[in-house]
Design a protein around this ligand. Structure first.
Ligand code: IVH
Length: 721
C-alpha cells in the first residue's frame, strides 16, 4: 500500500481542540469513533487500509486530545479503550511463479458424476474406464505457500489474489507443524502448498484469552487463523496456536512421484503434515463413499472442514486437463450441505439491482446459522414466494411464503442465505398471500417479466423498465463500477457513491474521473462535506488517478454488461487484447450473423447468451456515448497474452477432421494455453489449419486461401515447443 502524503487526519476540521464547544466535541468524538473503527475494519479484516499510518495516528491523537479536555464525553466505544495500536509497515509482496488457484464447487453427487464424465469426454476415455481420484477433506483455513530450497524453508507467503501474496515467512516459522528442514530426498526447489488452520479447542482457548484481556474476539476459527498469520509481530503469531496441512505444490525442480497420492506420501516422509483422511479411490463411487465417511466424522475432527476435494490422481492426466479460468479441470470441491435454522419472516423488502431486477429480500428476526447472525435472506423471485419453481413446477408442495410465517433458512459458505421452507402449522391467523409489486418501488416505472420468444418462457425475474431514469439502477451500476473486482477505487465505496449520486456529483462512471477538475471550480468543495477533509479528498483524487490506468478485464467487468462477470470479462479481454478491437468487434456483431458474431461466439467459454448480452449492450447509443467519455479519461491496459514464447502464440488456429491423440476440447484448450486463438471457421485471418482424417470443406477453403495445413502429429510437435 503506497503511503499518502498529508498531515491532518482524514476529515479532521481545522478547529483546534481548545476552541471546540462541548457540542462540537461530542459530535466529533462520535465521528472519530466511527471513522477509526471503519479504518480498523479495513485494515484488520479487509486488509485494505484506506489511509496512511501517520494519518491514522493523527486521528487517534485528536481523539485522545478531545477526551483529555472533556473527560465526561468519553464514549463507551472510544478508540482509546481499544488496545493494540495499528502497527506500522506492511508485509512485502511475493509473486507466485505458479499461481495459487481456486476450486470449482460441486454440491450434489450428480455434480461429481458430471465432473468425472466431463473429464472422460475431455480426455476421450472409452466408456467404462475408471478414473482414480484422491479424496481428502477441504480444510477451512487459509492457504499458504512454503518455499524450500535444498530442503530448507526459505520463504512463506499467503495466497493473496492468487498471483501475488504477502511475505509471512517469519510468522510461518513459528507454526510448529511446519518443518524448518525437509527430510531426505527433497528436491532443490519445491513450494509446498497447504492450509493454515486453527483447531476448535485452540480457537476457544484463544478467544477466552482475548476476552480476558479485553481484546476483540474472532468470529470463527478461520478468521482466527487469518488474523493470527497476518500479524506484523511474529511473536504474537507464535503465541497463537496455528496448524498446517500440506495438499499440493507450486514451483518445483523435481516431483517425487507421478501421482498425487505418491507426492503426498513423499511429503509426509519429508516431515510435512498431511491429512489422515486422504484416500486414493479407484473410481467415483469409492470417492463418494469416502465423502460420506468424512461427513460422518466431521463433528469429531476437531477442526473445520467444509467439504471434500477430489483430485485426478495421475499427474500426466492433470497436465493434459489443465485449467479453466482460475480452477483446475482435474479437481473439484464437493461441499457439505448448508446449515439451517428456523426464524420468523418479519417483512419482505424489494431491492432493485443494476439490471433492474426486483429481488425480494426476507427481513428476518435475527438468528444464528453456523456461527453467523443472519437477518436478511433472499426469496429469489415472485414465483419462488408463490411456491412455483423455475420450470413452473410446484416447490415446497406448493406452499407460498407470507409475512409473519415461521421459515427455515439455509446458509452455505459465502453464499447469500436463502429462505427454504415454511411451517404452515405456525402461520399466524389472517396472514395474507404476498402481493409482488408491479411497479418499481424506486422510480415507479412498470416492472415486467420478459417473455423470451426463443424459449417460449417467461422470465422468473420481474424487471424495472425505467432503465436510465431509475435511480436504483443507475446507482447500482455505479457501485458495481467501483467495486472490488472492477475499478476498486480506494475511498469510493457504496456509501460514498450513494452520497455523491444524491448530490448530483457523480451520475455516470466517467464523472468520477472529472470530479477533481470540477471540484476546483466549485463553491461547495468536497473537503467541506461532512465526513471529508483536506487529506481524505486528496487521497480520493489520488486513488481515482491511479485507476486511469486499468487492466482491460477490470474495465470490461466494470461496464456491468449482463452475464459478463469477472471470468467472462477476462475471457473477452484476453481474446481482444485491447479496448478498441473489443468495442469494434462487439458493435460489428450486432447483426448476430457475420464474422464478428462468429468470432465472439468462438471465444472459449463464451456462449450465445453472453454474446447476445454483449451485442445488446453495445447496440445502446447511451452506452457507447458513456464508453467514449470514459475512454477519454482512462486507458485500459493491454491484456496479458498467455505463453508468448510458444511458436503458435498469437496465431489463429482451426482444427478440422478427426483427431486421434486427443479430443477436440483438449486440442482447443492446449492451443489456448499456448496463446493461440482457436476458431471454428477458416477465413483470411486463419494462420494454421490442423487437419485430421475426414477433413472436408475447411481443408478446401484453407487451400483456396493458401493457409498452412498440418496434421495432428505435426501439431503436437509444434505444441511441445
Ligand atoms: S487443492 C489448484 N486441497 O480451498 C487448486 N485446496 O477453493 C489447489 N483448500 O485456495 C487447491 N483444503 O485454500 C486443495 N485439500 C485441499 C484443500 C484446499 C482447503 C482450500 C485452498 C484453496 C481453496 C480453493
Amino acid at each position: 500500500m503506497a503511503k499518502k502524503q498529508g498531515a491532518a487526519g482524514e476529515g479532521t476540521p481545522e478547529t483546534s481542540v481548545e476552541a471546540l464547544t462541548i457540542e462540537e466535541a461530542e459530535a466529533e468524538l462520535k465521528r472519530l469513533a466511527e471513522e477509526i473503527a471503519g479504518h480498523d475494519k479495513r485494515y484488520y479484516e479487509d486488509d485494505a487500509p484506506a489511509i496512511a499510518d501517520a494519518d491514522y495516528d493523527a486521528l487517534r491523537q485528536r481523539n485522545l486530545a478531545i477526551e483529555a479536555r472533556f473527560p465526561e464525553l468519553k464514549r463507551s466505544d472510544s478508540p482509546s479503550e481499544k488496545v493494540g495500536a495499528r502497527p506500522s509497515g506492511r508485509f512485502a509482496k511475493v509473486r507466485h511463479s505458479v499461481p495459487m488457484l481456486s476450486l470449482d464447487n460441486a454440491f450434489y453427487d450428480e455434480d461429481v458424476h458430471e465432473f468425472v464424465a466431463r473429464i472422460g469426454r475431455f480426455l476421450g476415455f472409452k466408456d467404462g474406464r475408471a478414473l482414480a481420484l484422491l479424496a481428502e477433506p477441504k480444510i477451512d483455513g487459509l492457504s499458504a505457500s512454503l518455499r524450500y530450497e535444498n530442503g530448507v524453508f526459505v520463504r512463506g507467503a499467503t495466497r493473496g489474489d492468487g498471483t501475488e501474496g504477502e511475505d509471512v515467512t517469519a510468522n510461518l516459522r513459528t507454526v510448529e507443524d511446519i518443518p524448518e528442514k525437509l527430510g531426505k530426498g527433497a528436491p532443490e526447489v519445491i513450494e509446498i502448498r497447504g492450509e493454515v488452520y486453527m483447531s476448535h479447542a485452540d480457537f476457544a482457548a484463544l478467544n477466552a484469552r482475548m476476552a480476558e484481556e479485553g481484546d476483540r474476539q474472532f468470529a470463527n476459527p478461520r478468521n482466527g487463523a487469518a488474523g493470527s498469520l497476518r500479524q506484523l509481530d511474529p511473536s504474537v503469531t507464535a503465541s497463537r496456536p496455528l496448524r498446517f496441512f500440506a495438499y499440493g505444490w507450486g514451483e518445483t525442480t523435481k516431483l517425487p512421484s507421478d501421482t498425487q497420492s505418491g507426492a503426498m506420501e513423499a511429503f509426509r516422509d519429508w516431515g510435512l503434515p498431511t491429512n489422515p483422511f486422504m484416500k486414493l479411490c479407484a473410481d467415483v463411487e469409492e470417492a463418494l463413499a469416502h465423502y460420506r465417511e468424512i461427513e460422518a466424522e466431521r463433528a469429531r475432527l476437531g477442526y473445520d472442514i467444509d467439504g471434500v476435494v477430489y483430485k485426478v490422481n495421475e499427474l500426466a492426466l492433470q497436465e493434459r486437463l489443465g485449467f479453466v479460468s482460475r480452477s483446475p479441470r482435474w479437481a473439484i470441491a464437493h461441499k457439505f450441505p448448508a446449515e439451517k435454522a428456523t426464524t420468523v419472516l418479519e417483512d419482505i423488502e424489494i431491492q432493485v439491482g443494476r439490471t433492474g431486477a426486483l429481488t425480494p429480500v426476507a427481513k428476518l428476526a435475527p438468528v444464528t446459522v453456523g456461527g453467523v447472525v443472519v437477518q436478511n435472506a433472499t426469496l429469489h423471485n415472485e414465483d419462488y414466494i408463490k411456491g412455483i419453481g423455475r420450470d413452473g413446477e410446484e416447490i415446497r408442495g406448493g406452499k407460498d411464503i407470507r409475512i409473519g410465517d415461521t421459515v427455515t433458512i439455509q446458509r452455505a459458505g459465502d453464499v447469500i442465505p436463502q429462505v427454504l421452507d415454511v411451517d404452515l402449522a405456525r402461520r399466524p391467523k389472517g396472514a395474507k398471500p404476498y402481493v409482488f409489486p408491479q411497479k418499481c418501488p424506486i422510480c415507479g416505472s412498470d416492472a415486467v417479466r420478459e417473455h423470451d420468444p426463443k424459449t417460449g418462457r417467461t422470465d422468473a425475474v420481474r424487471r424495472c423498465t425505467g432503465g436510465l431514469i431509475c435511480d436504483a439502477q443507475a446507482m447500482e451500476r455505479l457501485k458495481h463500477f467501483v467495486s472490488r473486482d472492477a475499478f476498486d477505487i480506494e475511498g469510493l465505496g457504496s456509501k460514498q457513491v450513494e452520497a455523491f449520486w444524491r448530490d448530483g456529483l457523480i451520475r455516470h462512471p466517467s464523472d468520477i474521473f472529472t470530479l477533481a477538475e470540477r471540484d476546483k471550480g466549485s463553491l461547495k468543495k468536497l473537503k467541506d462535506r461532512e465526513g471529508w477533509g483536506e487529506t481524505s479528498v486528496a487521497n480520493l483524487f489520488a486513488a481515482i488517478d491511479e485507476r486511469r490506468d486499468i487492466a482491460l478485464a477490470r474495465f470490461i467487468y466494470g461496464l456491468g454488461i449482463r452475464h459478463v462477470g469477472e471470468t467472462n470479462a477476462r475471457r473477452l479481454a484476453r481474446h481482444y487484447g485491447t479496448a478498441e478491437p473489443f468495442i469494434e468487434g462487439a458493435k460489428a456483431a450486432a447483426d448476430q450473423a457475420g464474422a464478428a458474431w462468429q468470432e465472439l461466439n468462438d471465444i472459449d467459454g463464451i456462449g450465445p447468451v453472453v454474446a447476445e448480452a454483449v451485442t445488446q449492450f453495445f447496440a445502446e447509443e447511451h452506452n457507447l456515448e458513456e464508453i467514449e467519455k470514459l475512454l477519454k479519461q482512462v486507458t485500459p491496459r493491454e491484456a496479458e497474452k498467455v505463453a508468448s514464447s510458444s511458436p503458435v502464440a498469437g496465431k489463429t488456429v482451426v482444427f478440422t477432421g478427426s483427431l486421434e491423440k486427443m479430443t477436440r476440447d483438449e486440442a482447443k484448450a492446449q492451443a489456448e494455453r499456448l496463446g493461440a486463438k482457436v476458431s471454428g471457421s477458416v477465413s483470411g485471418k486463419t494462420d494454421l489449419v490442423v487437419a485430421g482424417p475426414g477433413a472436408g470443406s475447411k481443408l478446401k477453403k484453407a487451400a483456396e486461401l493458401g493457409v498452412e495445413v498440418i496434421d495432428e502429429e505435426a501439431w503436437l510437435k509444434l505444441a511441445s515447443g
